[in-house]
Design a binder for this molecule. Structure first.
Ligand code: FAD
Ligand code: SF4
Ligand code: SF4
Length: 470
């Protein structure tokens, strides 16, 4: 097909569940491509020689390579190509902010002057990974003979899973130590089922187990065993413990009953299955009017979860305008379609409660945007005498998370920066302790799945070199 013909093919839309139906269930919102749709979308790719899309992918997937295989209908070859660089394609295809990464520099999007019209790289990646899972055609890579070296990985989020996958494929023994009773980190306890079905996370973890990775659950390093003890038993250690420490508003009334951190709320709903009353008795306040403070992916996930748990109203309260919202456009659109109310340029100054200690409302103040701050976004400034009240019975605070402090606090000599992130060598992920590496949110602060994986990949290579020499 000629370039002109390829450019004339319109983007292939992926069907989604009807918003009126989907707020009554936990099923995934986008329904996936059929084989024909995937091949048609793949035929929009121009197979650019310099492939600018590849430089937008933090793990450097051969994007034209895997798309070409899909176009030809060789889905097995497509997934093998993807897995050369990415052990979690079904996950990245769903949750990567593609419009800011691989799809941003895509030549098709540029020529159509809209990133929305770039080749749908993420959706095609998801298609290939789902095809493999649904057809049971998982081909295990050849593993070299055992090296006799053993690595310990702390945390089973995307950073830890990537390190485990890379090291086992190099012939090393790998044991993951996970504090929770299930693997996946935020993929399991944070991101809801309707965005990332847990069956997918489980099958990616099963793949690693088949390769020989061992996982020990309910195992908190820093409590059950120290990092120093672990280092005496293993040849190298990776810390991928994430950024699970929620930030709070630090305003009056934050200790009232009915105030959650988004982390706690989503953990109850997702990991502890509070939405599924047939199998779980995890308590959660369903609320009539639920307010979520914040404007990122976490806030959108909490707001949409509140609707699925039966709230009459789910309200996003954000202190800047929609343009500055850190959430992906797709998440904002999905939330709006489902009926989440957006109150922009407002900020809570006090949470109100009754005599029994339960939340009854929030006192808010209106904001306007001033000069850009250190984040480059315009700073929100309160407007004098603009206070007003919201009547709400549940408040969910989703204003950010910091690195988990337990291991740095318990480990002498492990250097951290002023916001608690572990300090590492940028090219290797090496920490201040020889043989110990770190990556993902514990180093970057709350970031993204693919960045955590990129960090894991880099650290695994350095750990491999370290173990080969020592
Ligand atoms: P985590 O995923 O946090 O995993 C860390 C693991 O370490 C956890 O399982 C934890 O239990 C375990 N652990 C912690 N301490 C210990 C210890 N002492 N001993 C043993 N185990 C320990 N990113 C995107 O790219 N797209 C999205 O759409 C997106 N949505 C998000 C939605 C929510 C609600 C949240 C909270 C985050 C979202 N993110 C998203 C961010 C992304 O999930 C994280 O950047 C990513 O998961 C970080 O990976 P990680 O492996 O560093 O840490
Ligand atoms: Fe794009 Fe993420 Fe896939 Fe890389 S891993 S190609 S950034 S969707
Ligand atoms: Fe295909 Fe776009 Fe990458 Fe070019 S930039 S190879 S069109 S996906």
């Amino acid at each position: 097909m000629k370039t002109k013909e390829r450019l004339a093919i319109p983007p292939v839309h992926m069907k989604e569940q009807d918003p009126r139906e989907r707020i009554k269930n936990q099923k995934e919102v986008p329904l996936g491509y059929t084989s024909e749709q995937a091949r048609r979308e793949a035929s929009r790719c121009l197979q650019c020689r310099k492939a600018p899309c590849v430089s937008g992918c933090p793990v450097g997937i051969d994007i034209p390579g895997f798309i070409e295989k899909i176009e030809k209908g060789d889905f097995q070859a497509a997934i093998l190509k993807l897995k050369e660089k990415n052990v979690l394609p079904a996950i990245c295809g769903r949750v990567c902010p593609q419009e800011e990464q691989c799809q941003l520099p895509c030549t098709v999007g540029k020529s159509r002057k809209s990133v929305e019209e770039s080749v749908a790289i993420g959706k095609l990646e998801r298609f290939a990974a789902d095809w493999e899972r649904q057809n049971g055609n998982v081909i295990l890579p050849d593993i070299p003979p055992k090296t006799g070296k053993r690595a310990a990985v702390i945390g089973s989020g995307p950073a830890g899973l990537t390190v485990a996958g890379d090291l086992i494929k190099l012939g090393h023994g790998v044991t993951i130590f996970e504090a929770l009773h299930k693997p996946g980190g935020v993929l399991t306890y944070g991101i809801p089922e309707f965005r990332l079905p847990k069956e997918i996370v489980n099958s990616e973890v099963e793949y690693l187990k088949k390769l020989g990775v061992e996982i020990k659950y309910n195992y908190i390093i820093g409590k059950i065993k120290s990092l120093v003890e672990l280092l005496s038993e293993y040849d190298s250690v990776f810390i991928g413990t994430g950024a699970g420490l929620p930030s709070f508003l630090r305003i009056e009334g934050e200790n009232l009953l009915g105030v959650y951190s988004a982390n706690e709320y989503l953990t109850r709903a997702n990991l502890m299955r509070a939405f599924d009353q047939d199998i779980s008795d995890t308590p959660i306040l369903r609320g009539n009017r639920v307010a979520i403070v914040g404007g990122g992916n976490v806030a959108m996930d909490a707001a949409r979860t509140a609707l699925r748990l039966g709230a009459e109203k789910s309200i996003i309260a954000y202190r800047r305008s929609e343009k500055e919202m850190p959430a992906r456009n797709e998440e904002i659109e999905h939330a709006k379609e489902e009926g989440v109310e957006f109150h922009l340029l407002v900020n809570p100054i006090r949470i109100l409660g009754n005599d029994d200690g339960w939340v009854t409302g929030m006192e808010m103040i209106r904001m306007q945007l001033g000069e850009p701050d250190s984040s480059g976004r315009r700073r929100p400034v309160p407007i004098k005498d603009s206070e007003f009240q919201f009547n709400v019975d549940v408040v969910i605070v989703a204003i950010g998370n910091s690195p988990n402090p337990l291991i740095p606090r318990e480990t002498p000599g492990l250097k951290v920066n002023n916001w608690g992130g572990i300090i590492v060598d940028e090219t290797t992920g090496a920490t201040s302790i020889p043989g110990v590496y770190a990556g993902g949110d514990i180093v970057l602060g709350a970031a993204t799945v693919i960045l955590a994986m990129g960090e894991g990949r880099r650290a695994a290579q350095a750990m491999h070199e370290y173990m080969s020499k020592n």
